[in-house]
Write a protein that binds this ligand. Structure first.
Ligand SMILES: NC(=O)c1ccc[n+]([C@@H]2O[C@H](COP(=O)([O-])OP(=O)(O)OC[C@H]3O[C@@H](n4cnc5c(N)ncnc54)[C@H](O)[C@@H]3O)[C@@H](O)[C@H]2O)c1
Length: 467
């Protein structure tokens, strides 16, 4: 067995073993390092770092768990309006569980430290800023002995992926519980589908398809007067590769990850095409279209299509095709999954809610019963259960690999080259090496060129880095 295939096999084993249990226990887990008290029947305190749309949603999911007392005690952001609106929403909906007086609402680039300082070891911090800051804030959380919920992607390039994997091992050594917001892994409908696929219900997977095609995204206008370039880039983080990995990493990671989970392996290489067609004066670094072939060690392919284009057809779904049948992994966004198995390879096309409910289909073999609980809630039920009952729980390795596999497809499209798993993992280009030293009014990691534009990928011209 050659080296890369054997590595792929051990990665496959990791994914298979983690189908049901979200935790991957680090090799350091048995080492005698002081372990943080994690299991608790008392109140879990939560701090929110990054009070935007998802952070507010994640805090709401945290406050909705029913397995024990929990409260939000601190909040941090860099934009006052974001923090205030998040606070107001949460306070209104979760009166009694939101105990964040003005002195525990922090606003600055170092606010994450102050919010974590307000917690005690064994509490939970939510990291939901743009992904670029993940490793910086995770480092501090480990130092403070905190359990962590961090949003995906958790890395944007090779160096930050390798750093996150090491940090994940340090967290396991301290018995910290760490969740990564690839919530579909916690969806009971997808878990049952994964079990059925493992049990051979669709035969051997021969191909997979996934689509994330919507009405645009990831654009950015010119720098408004009076706003620092860094504030602007953070506020438009989907536009800039250093901040988020662009729309490719930020939007597409979920479906790439769920397909790899069903396959039970990470792909060994990616080949991709894409281009900028109608981005007009937008100063971002994304393409409008991406199409990727991910290849697994056994030669099977995952075909992924991403499109960010107004007026074009929408689709937000993932499918697996097997030697005996086919499966729907995601029907129409992340939830409800409406997972199903069909005899043969034909299945109804669902582009919008107008295509629901599905008509009776003689080829339908199994469908997860509706309604389904949202995986955004399951991921918090599972994390807090692991904290209260001191179960091993660390999704960092898997989350970093998923982030890296997303980067691999993106880099293949952006450079016009085949990119292997090992090449991406070892890629030396770190987009923002000094992200831990940024100051809000200082220079941004990406600078305008002499033409007044930010550098963009140019496949075939820039081949060993994306810009
Ligand atoms: N799992 C999912 O389905 C899902 C859905 C949406 C977003 N997300 C992820 O959540 C993260 C946030 O996305 P969003 O949609 O909430 O974006 P957002 O812009 O609404 O929120 C980000 C917040 O972080 C703040 N921020 C930026 N830099 C900061 C820093 N250094 N310190 C403190 N605060 C900082 C911003 O001011 C903003 O309030 C992203 O990683 C995104 O991929 C996940």
């Amino acid at each position: 067995m050659n080296d890369s295939i054997s590595r792929a096999a051990s990665r496959r084993e990791f994914i298979t073993n983690s189908t049901r249990v979200a935790a991957g226990v680090s090799a350091l887990a048995g080492v005698a390092i002081p372990r943080v008290h994690a299991a608790t029947s008392g109140t879990i305190q939560v701090a929110l770092v990054g009070c935007g749309g998802r952070g507010t949603g994640a805090a709401g999911d945290a406050l909705s768990v029913t397995n024990g007392p929990i409260k939000l005690v601190a909040m941090a952001d860099v934009v006052p309006a974001k923090l205030n609106s998040s606070f107001d929403k949460l306070k209104t909906k979760f009166e009694g569980k939101v105990d964040v007086p003005p002195e525990r609402r922090f606003l600055s680039f170092d606010a994450y430290k102050q919010a974590m300082d307000a917690l005690k070891p064994g509490d939970v911090v939510i990291l939901s800023t743009p992904p670029a800051f993940r490793w910086v804030q995770f480092t501090y959380a480990i130092e403070k002995g905190l359990n962590v919920f961090m949003e995906k992607p958790i890395s944007v390039d090779g160096p930050t992926t390798r750093r996150m994997i090491k940090l994940g091992q340090q967290a396991s050594a301290k018995n910290l519980k760490v969740a990564v917001g690839l919530m579909v892994r916690h969806c009971r409908a997808r878990q049952e589908l994964a079990d059925r696929i493992r049990n051979g219900q669709i035969g051997e997977i021969v191909a997979m398809r996934a689509y994330r095609m919507g009405q645009g995204g990831g654009t950015s206008g010119p720098l408004p007067a009076g706003v620092s370039e860094l504030t602007h880039q953070i506020g438009h983080f989907h536009a800039f590769l250093w901040a988020s990995g662009g729309v490719f990493s930020d939007y597409y990671i979920h479906q790439i990850d769920e397909c790899c989970w069903m396959k039970g392996a990470w792909p060994v290489e990616a080949h991709a095409v894409g281009g900028r067609h109608y981005r007009g004066d937008s100063l971002d670094q994304n393409f409008d279209t991406y199409t990727v072939q991910y290849m697994y060690a056994d030669g099977t392919r995952l075909f992924f299509d991403g499109r960010n284009m107004k007026g074009a057809r929408d689709e937000f779904a993932s499918y697996a095709h097997g030697s005996k049948g086919s499966a729907v992994i995601s029907t129409l966004s992340h939830t409800p999954g409406m997972t199903r198995i069909y005899k043969g390879q034909n299945m109804p096309r669902v582009s919008s809610r107008k295509d629901l409910p599905l008509a009776p289909d003689p080829n339908l073999v199994w469908a997860f019963p509706q309604p389904e609980k949202t995986p955004y809630q399951w991921e918090w039920d599972d994390l807090t259960d692991a904290i209260r009952n001191d179960k091993p729980y660390n999704e960092v390795q898997r989350g970093a690999e998923a982030s890296m596999v997303a980067s691999m497809g993106r880099m293949a499209a952006h450079t016009g080259q085949i990119i292997t798993f090992d090449q991406m993992m070892n890629c030396p280009h770190e987009f923002a090496p000094d992200v831990d030293k940024l100051v809000l009014n200082g220079p941004a990691p990406l600078q305008l060129g002499p033409d007044g534009k930010y550098p963009i990928p140019e496949p075939g011209i820039k081949k060993d880095r994306e810009y």
